[in-house]
Design a protein around this ligand. Structure first.
Ligand code: TRP
Length: 404
């Protein structure tokens, strides 16, 4: 019975994303699920409000529904309008694999939030969780990966004066650990096992980890960074699969000194070999890596399946193109053609078949090569000293006038 049920439902957990349909995750159904009860879809009104109060155009991920939902984003905008501070919190599970285009999505959006709202950002590297879950043999090895991964993240162009990147293993200071324990005391084994799919045979480390991902949602975990402030609101940009961590966090927040964190969620970048799964480092054919050479990018895009109905000897196919959700080149174009006019033109021409699948791929290859090249060049410039600066606990530059 259980298997039957699993087969008809999309699976979205922090460790697995699998859709039942070739058009990918059914986000509307997902957001109606019980774990997302405290989330809302982003609508035009919210996007207009963001544009109005920041005076800047909304990021294309917002306009195209790639950043799809939120919790309490209006509260954050109220604070911003009132000149009160908030900070951003996001993270990455450091692994030996290089980043791929799928990782780029939440980080690009986070960078836009930092630039647009001019706010501090903390980035958690969960080397402890990687050590607990993956075949990494020692904590020391996991810390090394954190520093390597920090280089990739810095290459996205975060502002050094406003960004603190930390390894859980290295940063674990008393206030952070006290918040972790406050959370641990409020969450039961049963709840974690159920919500995170942890079994009796899993280690106790896995059961307690959610409290470690939750604690940075409270600014009191970072005394040096926020100069001892205890009440700065937190906004977490993340992919939808991470929401479960923060649903638990939001439940316990009222019992801890701290506000419920607000969230803003991104959808998943589909895998090159089909939208049933997201781009993933463990399936090499599914992803374009930020270390890929130009010819590899070109080859991978050329090999993406074209899901056009082919004319069966009865002349060309007319009419609007269908099933664009499962059309991977089109989906990638939606994520990576930043310019609104260019994207609108491509979208229209492709839908009406003025642009062929081959032509779309050629244009996509140009954009992806450019995107990857830019990050590769930036990464070359990230020295060990720069990593040390980003990872040193220090006050982040911010206007704290309304909190202290
Ligand atoms: N669990 C995330 C991953 O494995 C990393 C992470 C930690 C994170 N804290 C976060 C992601 C906050 C988004 C927001 O990739």
């Amino acid at each position: 019975m259980a298997n039957k049920k699993a087969a008809v439902q999309d699976v979205v957990t922090p460790w697995e994303v699998t859709a039942t349909s070739a058009s990918g995750i059914d986000y509307d159904t997902l957001l109606k699920g019980k774990h997302y009860a405290d989330c809302e879809k982003i609508n035009d009104e919210l996007i207009e409000r963001i544009e109005d109060i920041t005076g800047k155009p909304a990021h294309h991920f917002l306009r195209r529904g790639i950043v799809i939902s939120h919790s309490m984003m209006n509260d954050i905008l109220d604070l911003y309008q009132a000149g009160k501070p908030f900070y951003l919190y996001t993270g990455r599970g450091p692994s030996s694999e290089s980043l791929h285009l799928g990782h780029l999505v939440p980080f690009q959006f986070t960078k836009w939030l930092q630039d647009t709202f001019d706010v501090p950002l903390v980035i958690q590297l969960t080397d402890d969780e990687k050590y607990l879950r993956k075949g990494i043999s020692t904590p020391e090895e996991a810390v090394k990966l954190s520093r390597q991964n920090a280089k990739d993240i810095i290459a996205f162009g975060f502002d050094e004066k406003k960004t603190f990147i930390f390894s859980n293993f290295e940063y674990m200071c008393p206030p952070f650990y006290k918040n972790i324990c406050r959370i641990e005391k409020l969450v039961t084994n049963g709840e974690v096992m159920n919500k995170f799919g942890i079994g009796k045979r899993d280690s106790i480390g896995k059961t307690s980890f959610p409290a470690i991902q939750a604690a940075p949602s409270f600014c009191s975990s970072f005394p040096e960074i926020f100069c001892g402030s205890k009440d700065i609101a937190c906004l977490i940009p993340c992919a939808l699969d991470q929401h479960i961590f923060f649903q638990v966090t939001r439940e316990v927040a009222p019992f801890i000194i701290g506000k419920k964190p607000a969230l803003i969620h991104a959808t998943f970048l589909p895998a090159l070999n089909g939208a049933k799964t997201k781009m993933s480092a463990s399936d090499k054919n599914s992803a374009i890596f930020l270390t890929d050479r130009e010819h590899e990018i070109e080859k991978k895009i050329q090999e993406v399946k074209v899901n056009d109905r082919v004319s069966s000897g009865m002349g060309p196919v007319y009419g609007k193109r269908e099933n664009l959700e499962s059309d991977i080149s089109y989906q990638l174009a939606k994520f990576f053609f930043e310019d609104e006019m260019e994207w609108n033109e491509i979208k229209q021409d492709y839908e009406t078949r003025r642009l062929s699948a081959m032509e779309l791929k050629e244009r996509l290859i140009i954009v992806l090569k450019k995107t990857v090249r830019k990050i590769q060049e930036e990464r070359e410039n990230v020295t060990d000293d720069i990593v040390t600066k980003f990872m040193s606990p220090r006050p982040l530059i911010y206007k704290y006038k309304n909190v202290m």
